[in-house]
Ligand binder design. Structure first.
Ligand SMILES: *[C@@H]1O[C@H](CO)[C@@H](O)[C@H](O)[C@H]1NC(C)=O
Ligand SMILES: *[C@@H]1O[C@H](CO)[C@@H](O)[C@H](O)[C@H]1NC(C)=O
Ligand SMILES: *[C@@H]1O[C@H](CO)[C@@H](O)[C@H](O)[C@H]1NC(C)=O
Ligand SMILES: *[C@@H]1O[C@H](CO)[C@@H](O)[C@H](O)[C@H]1NC(C)=O
Ligand SMILES: *[C@@H]1O[C@H](CO)[C@@H](O)[C@H](O)[C@H]1NC(C)=O
Ligand SMILES: *[C@@H]1O[C@H](CO)[C@@H](O)[C@H](O)[C@H]1NC(C)=O
Ligand SMILES: *[C@@H]1O[C@H](CO)[C@@H](O)[C@H](O)[C@H]1NC(C)=O
Ligand SMILES: *[C@@H]1O[C@H](CO)[C@@H](O)[C@H](O)[C@H]1NC(C)=O
Ligand SMILES: *[C@@H]1O[C@H](CO)[C@@H](O)[C@H](O)[C@H]1NC(C)=O
Ligand SMILES: *[C@@H]1O[C@H](CO)[C@@H](O)[C@H](O)[C@H]1NC(C)=O
Ligand SMILES: [Ca+2]
Length: 526
């Protein structure tokens, strides 16, 4: 009776659903004895929370929770429980090797009304710092998958206890390492989520950091004849754009089909007539390697190269920390390991160790499909950090595994639960100077938007609303319309919009105002 009258009161007060108190003691009876709510904070409407830089939070209960994972390790997670709950649960992920709770991302999802969760993955570090993994196998497992899973299980218990009702739907949305974490959770625990959005997934946590390192090594030593100095990178981007831009029907600086571009590398060569902004034959070999599959001893495929159109400045300048730290701290436990000694034998050792079991390579997604799960994956076609080709590689592997498992006989059976969207012109997870790229995915932000796509808060423009419509109403997305705001600032208005198509379809220009989405159509080119 008392419960009912509190509910009635809550409804009268405008749908405030919180019923358990927001205190560290309130959850003791619903959590395992070794799980501790370490802080509980009531945040008022339009308030702030000390661990989050976001201003204007909705009224919510913020908890931090500690979960032991071995005799001497543990991970933490944060959970936002908004008063104005939408009945749903959402977990987000992390980036690079980073540890730390992503409060700002949780804030975005809490504005939709989600009970929102993020874990520190068991350590605190910046995204390109892997030194925490040094001789710490348990921390690697936490980062690999245990922290996400333990956070999901315990935060579901907390959410259902707090609101005294079942969660209606559970979601996941994250990018990069977050994409990998989403894949890993749905592979190991297909019941965790009804719907998953995985952006630019760093799913192959053996060959991706290997190729990150290898890309930088292509351009070393700096005094070699094949070395390309930084000022020439723009000339490469310009020539790729010149050749690969028009295939989508419009010369606008945006490359929609790098894989369909029959790029003539030798157009980059210097000649008597062209002596600047050009490369030598030796340098051309470096360009060629960078944009083609990385193949090592005995013609063994290791990883896809960068897509044509991806700016080489980041990976080709010099070996990036993500690649070096992977071998130093995850593989060799040797902070002095010399990356210039790298050979294929290092790759083979990494394949054997599979640190933290972080690699998401259980490609048979039949269990996730069978329980009604839906997966949306997206990847920028100008991603300069995680090779776009690794997303198509993942999709091909899933296709093959499910064909072999007998749970699919063609692309339609895969499209029924798993759709991939390529984003022309977009870099790693977000951003483009000219192309429409914003669709309210995790880690995407434009000035003046707290969440979703202002002016277009619907399932055609917001990837999360699109996933919800698919999961809850059965309407599969045929396209998602990406938006470019002038100067990435909402108040300056919409510059252009364009549909992102279900892979392998591509948007082709149909005539009319190219900044309008209706001037483009998703077409099958194969
Ligand atoms: C929200 O808080 C800010 C200060 O943090 C204040 O300037 C603003 O007026 C408040 N908005 C509302 C709607 O209360
Ligand atoms: C914490 O408690 C749970 C449930 O009792 C148990 O399964 C788990 O092994 C414990 N974790 C650790 C690290 O001891
Ligand atoms: C935990 O124990 C392992 C093995 O006993 C050890 O290698 C590691 O350094 C310890 N980690 C911490 C954080 O104390
Ligand atoms: C919550 O879910 C459980 C099992 O999943 C079910 O037994 C129970 O009836 C549900 N409760 C409500 C209030 O729907
Ligand atoms: C490049 O530099 C290294 C070490 O500084 C030197 O040993 C080597 O001879 C140089 N190579 C060329 C081609 O100049
Ligand atoms: C490459 O092939 C040769 C000949 O089959 C074999 O002896 C060698 O072990 C292979 N190398 C690697 C790294 O697999
Ligand atoms: C480094 O440590 C990890 C985790 O403890 C272990 O799996 C790996 O074999 C070690 N590497 C080497 C080269 O000994
Ligand atoms: C499902 O469809 C109904 C009826 O059109 C609509 O009101 C609701 O918002 C849809 N739900 C989602 C999650 O899209
Ligand atoms: C965008 O911002 C820059 C300054 O940051 C300004 O120079 C430019 O005029 C702005 N463009 C538009 C279209 O408002
Ligand atoms: C083309 O569409 C854009 C975006 O809607 C709009 O801002 C622009 O004014 C349109 N251009 C013309 C020539 O109508
Ligand atoms: Ca174009």
């Amino acid at each position: 009776m008392a419960g009912l009258s509190i509910l009635a009161l809550g409804l009268m007060l405008g749908g405030a659903q919180a019923r358990l108190s927001c205190t560290t003691d309130a959850f003791v009876s619903v959590l395992p004895a070794n799980v501790t709510v370490t802080s509980a904070t009531v945040v008022p409407q339009n308030g702030t929370f000390e661990l989050d830089t976001t201003t204007g939070l909705p009224a919510l209960c913020a908890l931090t929770v500690n979960v032991p994972s071995s005799s001497n390790t543990s991970f933490n997670f944060g959970i936002y429980l908004p008063d104005n709950w939408n009945g749903r649960f959402l977990t987000t992920g992390n980036g690079g090797f980073a540890g730390g709770i992503r409060w700002e991302s949780m804030a975005v999802f809490s504005m939709y009304g989600f009970a929102s969760v993020s874990t520190d993955t068991g350590h605190i570090s910046g995204p390109v710092d892997g030194s925490w993994a040094y001789n710490e196998p348990d921390k690697m497992y936490d980062w690999g998958w245990r922290a996400i899973h333990g956070s999901v299980v315990n935060s579901k218990l907390i959410t259902e206890a707090y609101y005294e009702t079942n969660i209606s739907y559970s979601y996941y949305s994250a990018c990069s390492t977050g994409g990998r974490q989403g894949f890993k959770e749905l592979q190991l625990f297909p019941d965790s989520f009804d719907g998953v959005i995985a952006g630019a997934p760093a799913w192959d946590l053996v060959h991706l950091p290997t190729s990150t390192l290898k890309s930088g090594l292509y351009n070393l030593p700096a005094n070699a004849s094949h070395h390309i100095p930084y000022p020439l990178f723009q000339a490469i981007v310009d020539e790729v754009t010149r050749q690969c831009d028009p295939q989508d029907g419009l010369r606008d600086g945006i490359i929609s089909d790098p894989y369909g571009c029959n790029f003539q590398f030798e157009q980059l060569l210097c000649s008597k007539a062209k002596t600047t902004n050009c490369v030598t034959g030796d340098q051309l070999d470096t360009v060629y390697k960078f944009y083609n599959d990385y193949v090592d001893v005995n013609q063994t495929f290791v990883f896809p190269g960068l897509a044509l159109g991806a700016d080489p400045s980041l990976l080709l300048s010099s070996p990036v920390g993500l690649g070096i730290d992977f071998y130093r701290y995850f593989i060799y436990n040797d902070s002095n390991w010399d990356y210039t000694s790298f050979t294929y034998a290092d790759v083979q050792l990494a394949e054997k160790i599979r640190p933290g079991d972080a690699i998401a390579d259980d490609f048979d997604l039949t269990p996730f499909k069978a329980r009604g799960g839906k997966l949306i994956q997206y990847h920028g076609l100008a991603d300069n950090l995680v090779q776009t080709g690794s997303s198509t590689l993942f999709r091909r592997k899933v296709y093959q595994a499910m064909l072999e498992a007998g749970s699919a006989t063609g692309d339609e059976d895969i499209d029924e639960f798993y759709r991939l969207f390529m984003v022309p012109g977009m870099g790693h997870c977000s951003g483009s100077n000219i192309a429409p790229w914003y669709f309210a995915a995790a880690d995407q932000a434009v000035t003046g938007a707290t969440h979703s796509v202002p002016g277009f808060q619907d399932a055609d423009h917001d990837i999360l609303l699109s996933l919800m419509r698919w999961v809850e109403n059965g309407t599969a997305p045929e396209h998602i319309i990406a938006t470019k705001f002038v100067n990435d600032t909402v108040s300056q208005g919409v510059q252009s919009q364009r549909p992102l198509c279900v892979y392998p379809k591509q948007a082709r220009y149909q005539g009319g105002n190219a900044s309008e989405p209706t001037s483009w159509a998703c077409e099958s080119l194969y």
